[in-house]
Ligand binder design. Structure first.
Ligand SMILES: [Zn+2]
Length: 85
């Protein structure tokens, strides 16, 4: 089965469950998923009233306005996070 690697764009032969062309590209996508999951966890924390750490606040561009309401804050983190890779 001919497939296209979503990381580097290379075409490769692989079984249907194989996503990437190489271990290097697989690691890349795994790392992206891990950071996505971490930010999603921050959104869940925000819903419970926990403010994000300064790094997350910076990455997700959280300002004073977003901090005012937990749901808005969680939505802002999710908007910055986008679709799960
Ligand atoms: Zn690749």
């Amino acid at each position: 089965m001919k497939k296209k690697c979503p990381v580097c764009g290379e075409t490769f032969q692989g079984r249907p469950n194989r996503e990437t062309c190489s271990v290097r590209c697989r690691r890349h996508i795994e790392s992206r998923r891990r950071s996505w999951d971490l930010r999603e966890a921050k959104a869940v924390e925000a819903e419970m009233g926990v403010f994000p750490d300064p790094t997350t606040a910076l990455i997700c561009q959280i300002g004073e306005k977003e901090k005012a309401e937990y749901k808005v804050l969680a939505a802002a983190i999710r908007a910055a996070n986008g679709e799960r890779p």
